[in-house]
Design a protein around this ligand. Structure first.
Ligand code: GLN
Ligand code: ZN
Length: 766
């Protein structure tokens, strides 16, 4: 018999119940007992939804983050919170977000650093490692959850993050070699294993996604050593890898002294044959045959065609699961009431993905005939998607096939454009601008809600937003900014706004996916060829421009960012979808230009996060991603100025590609690193103009004039003053006007001081 299991279930709840409970607890509106009760209810309901499986995962639930849970389970807690008052949960939230529940905490400690979980949009709290790091394991919380699941009569398989991956994800705080932590980590895991032994579990799942990354010989040796040391245990261990191929680590993974290996049979399908050979005759092979990263139904007949011969060869040693934890997909498609019927039949959220697993296992165990109904319904949906006119638009396919290199090129090189643009715009030294959005006030959100609920007419909504734009323009004029923006009041989200207007896109009502802690995103869904029925931003830009003599920046989201923050098609390559998006944005850019908007910003906030896990694959991603941006941007004339914006500046390793985007101006985040991130410009001669963000918009603090001047002077040491802009480091939508106005006033004052200093220098020279 084939065994079915799951690696992890979304924990936020169908209606984001965990988010609500957490935020109300943090605000002091509800008790800790209430929060813990909600968490327990959610776990119970999640297990019940998975009860058809042979093993349900336990320990995949988390109040904030599974890596932080692991740090607490290992008793590996930053020393700065160790002696603070309160209980373990207080400290847990202190590390997660700088404070426990607000009512009990007037001051804060610094939160743990947060970073992306492999190549997903989920963020984890980075474990902090130094020479003094101690581990005092405590598995009480996991054991309690095992008890809860067992009480429901379910077969449980606890899940923990593996020692290798834990070390891989940790950050050395003192610059030491992380592998020095191996002996301590082995002892900690040994002690965990001893404790778990008492629960009578049959299997433990140990997640080791680090095995899909590039590991050098030292790390490989450490992996083998660690697992050799953890061999003595009274239960079986399944090592789970996901998100990619194992490549150089495949043999190692197959030979670890454990009882089973889970492989991502979506991304590493080509390695399965080799794995079967390497695993020998005793180990379980768990195949992640259902994609845990997308929202599409699986072609079940095709999966069975592939699985049946494998099943014949390895028999009961075959386990089936989603490719990775279902944390990365929404909970239940049945909640969706508004999706188009056809499109809905092509989709599959966590609950439905598990049904697919059960169907596949049933067919393998008993023959396809026994699930003929499910298989034929699946086949019908697959066929309808493949041939649907809503998916395939010949006009778009034709346009894509006509894309050529000329379309990716500006008419003239930057040096010539710069001269023309200086003549045309006649901007002062250090032109000042902002990144696009201004505060999304309660009244903006109220109008949007009323409009959505039909309580505000389209005309009234339009008028309310125009008033917001007018206010925004007025404020910027009063501040004396040089290049203005309309403020983006009409946009709820920089990707969803375009998704709602493009053909080939749909959005769900409850398709939430956890991003970090209580934060969720609802990525729009690209189901078909992308086209732009009509202009999306032109009227807003035109209206804003009509209110001022100053140049108004048109504001767009770039194709790569739209792609990376959406659920994308699995029936064509990401590169192809990106190209379609690029053509749609290109049309918008040209329409803006025709409407007299001659500074256009195309945000590529998510360009960097699309980089593949393995560096060896970076270049091919960058090739198509940068080309897509260029196709979107470069149809304009020489005197139209293209800006782009990125919310990070760790691009030392991709600076060449950034330069190839050939935007006239790029604005980036730098303030948080004190311009340290600009070091890359010491080595790399970036040819075009740059606005290094001069203050951190993520903080409510008002930057002083001096601090801004100082940062700009640091920038000037690397980039000639004539090519510098002055701007905040990202959009201002999360801030209040009370914060924004004084901050921008200081920014403008700093700019004036800098200009005066330059004038003085010039006078001195003459
Ligand atoms: N133009 C967008 C804004 O200002 C950019 C946001 C971002 O980079 N994340 O909100
Ligand atoms: Zn940004």
């Amino acid at each position: 018999m084939v065994t079915t299991h799951n690696l992890g279930f979304p924990r936020i709840g169908k209606k984001r119940e965990l988010k609500v409970a957490l935020e109300s607890y943090w605000q002091g509106k509800s008790s800790q007992a209430k929060l813990l009760a909600t968490a327990a209810e959610l776990r119970k309901s999640h297990w019940q939804q998975q009860s058809a499986l042979d093993y349900v995962p336990v320990g995949d639930f988390s109040l904030y983050d599974q890596v932080l849970d692991m740090s607490f389970m290992l008793g590996h807690i930053p020393s700065r919170v160790r002696d603070l008052p309160g209980d373990a949960l207080d400290n847990y939230f202190r590390v997660a977000r700088g404070r426990s529940a607000n009512e009990r905490e007037s001051c804060c400690v610094s939160a743990g650093e947060m970073t992306k979980w492999f190549d997903t949009n989920y963020h984890y709290i980075v474990p902090e490692l130094d020479a003094e790091a101690t581990f005092t394991p405590n598995a009480d919380s996991l054991i309690q959850q095992i008890d809860e699941a067992q009480a429901l009569g379910l077969s449980t398989k606890p899940v923990i993050i593996g020692p290798l991956t834990y070390l891989y994800l940790a950050k050395s705080k003192d610059g030491g070699n992380k592998l020095d932590g191996v002996p301590a980590i082995i002892n900690a895991y040994k002690s965990l294993i001893d404790t778990l032994a008492k629960t009578g579990i049959e299997w433990l799942q140990i997640d080791e996604p680090a095995l899909v990354t590039e590991m050098d010989a030292q790390w490989q040796a450490a992996a083998i050593h660690i697992y050799q040391q953890l061999q003595s245990r009274p239960f079986k261990v399944l090592v789970a890898t996901y998100f990619g191929q194992l490549q150089d680590n495949l043999k190692l993974a197959c030979e670890l002294p454990v009882d089973g290996l889970h492989l991502d049979a979506i991304n590493a399908k080509s390695e399965i044959e080799q794995a079967i050979a390497l695993l020998g005759n005793d180990k379980v092979l768990s195949l992640g045959v259902i994609n845990g990263r997308n929202i599409w139904i699986n072609d079940l007949n095709a999966a069975l065609d592939w699985l049946e011969p494998i099943h014949q060869r390895i028999g009961d040693r075959l386990w089936l699961a989603p490719s990775c934890s279902l944390l990365h997909v929404p909970v239940d498609l049945d909640s969706e009431q508004k999706l188009d019927h056809d499109i809905k039949s092509w989709l599959c959220f966590a609950v439905q993905k598990l049904e697919e697993i059960s169907t596949l296992a049933y067919a393998l165990n008993n023959g396809r005939d026994f699930v003929a109904g499910a298989l034929s319904a699946n086949q019908a949906a697959i066929d309808s998607r493949e041939s649907s006119v809503r998916v395939h638009n010949p006009i778009v396919k034709n346009a894509v096939s006509r894309v050529n290199d000329t379309m990716a090129k500006r008419q003239s090189p930057y040096a010539l454009r710069e001269v023309e643009q200086r003549k045309k715009f006649n901007l002062p030294l250090y032109p000042s601008t902002t990144i696009g959005s201004f505060p999304q006030t309660a009244s903006i959100r109220q109008s949007r809600r009323d409009f959505r609920l039909g309580e505000l007419s389209a005309a009234k909504y339009q008028q309310a937003m125009e008033e917001e734009v007018a206010y925004c323009v007025q404020q910027q004029e009063a501040l004396g900014l040089d290049v203005l923006v309309h403020g983006e009041p009409e946009r709820n989200d920089m990707v969803e706004y375009f998704g709602e207007q493009l053909e080939g896109y749909t959005s769900s009502q409850f398709g939430w996916v956890q991003s970090y802690g209580s934060r969720c995103v609802k990525p729009p869904i690209i189901y078909g060829d992308i086209s732009r029925p009509k202009a999306m931003t032109v009227e807003w830009a035109r209206y804003a421009q009509s209110l001022t003599e100053k140049p108004m920046k048109g504001m767009l989201t770039g194709p790569v960012t739209i792609l990376n923050w959406s659920f994308v098609r699995d029936d064509q390559s990401r590169a192809q979808t990106c190209l379609q998006l690029a053509l749609a944005i290109r049309e918008e850019v040209l329409d803006l230009e025709s409407a007299g908007i001659d500074i256009i910003q195309i945000d590529e906030a998510a360009l960097r996060e699309g980089l593949p896990l393995r560096q060896s694959q970076w270049q091919s991603y960058l090739d198509w991603a940068i080309r897509a941006f260029r196709i979107a941007a470069n149809g304009v004339g020489d005197t139209t100025q293209i800006h782009t914006h990125m919310c990070y500046s760790e691009f030392n390793d991709i600076i060449g590609a950034i330069a190839e985007m050939d935007a006239d101006v790029i604005t980036i985040e730098t303030s948080r690193s004190d311009m340290g991130l600009l070091d890359v410009f010491d080595e790399f001669h970036y040819p075009n103009q740059i606005g290094p963000g001069v203050y951190d918009i993520h903080s409510p603090n008002i930057p002083s004039v001096e601090s801004i001047v100082e940062l700009m002077q640091k920038a000037e040491q690397r980039i000639p003053a004539e090519r510098l802009w002055i701007n905040p480091d990202c959009g201002l939508k999360t801030r209040t006007w009370e914060e924004v106005l004084p901050a921008l006033r200081n920014m403008v004052e700093a700019k004036q001081l800098l200009v005066a200093q330059t004038d003085n220098k010039k006078l001195a020279v003459n």
